[in-house]
Design a protein around this ligand. Sequence first.
Ligand code: TMP
Length: 197
Amino acid sequence: MTRLNEIGVPTHLVRRLNMREQLVREVEIIPIQVVVRNVVAGSLATRFGIAEGTALPRSIVEFYYKGEGGQRPMVSEEHITAFGWAAPEDLDEMMNLALRVNDFLGGLFLGIGLKLVDFKVEFGRLWENDYMRIVLADEISPDNCRLWDIKTNERFDRDRLNRGPGRIEEAYQEVARRLGILPEGGPRDLKGPKAMQ
Ligand code: TMP
């Protein structure tokens, strides 16, 4: 998030407080999940019967509506603007920002031997007096990205849930270790969250 802010992608992050807590700006969340895909996997593979791992000729952006009761239908720009979930210019900005995040994260993960297969992000409206900006308002973690090892295609994300208990924690720690953000005392060296204003 800090690095994205540095390259001009606005986010809700004010600052990181510790390894588990962040101070963020309050935004009006847009109920749309923006998914960017570089390689076929997950629901894209299922929907079209294309083999997982097939490289896409260009990145694909998809929109999903965050409906009541955990439903997540895929929607088009037409649905989003007709139902008033986002204005056409908001949507353009969200797509633009999502692609910039893709370029940045793709390079970041490539540098630590991981392929950014796909990811999901959400955006919010940040109001400052009468002025509104669209900002990234989400987490970025192996929970909302697919990350595969460049050489072995080993999964380092939540898809490992299907491959046995305990494996997911290991994978997240490996991503943190490669990024150089694992706490010095190891993954257990984390203070519990504190309530704050
Ligand atoms: P999908 O292939 O299941 O549609 O997922 C695409 C990407 O979106 C993948 O990186 C995981 C992420 N994702 C979420 O962050 N939240 C969700 O609820 C789902 C279903 C997917």
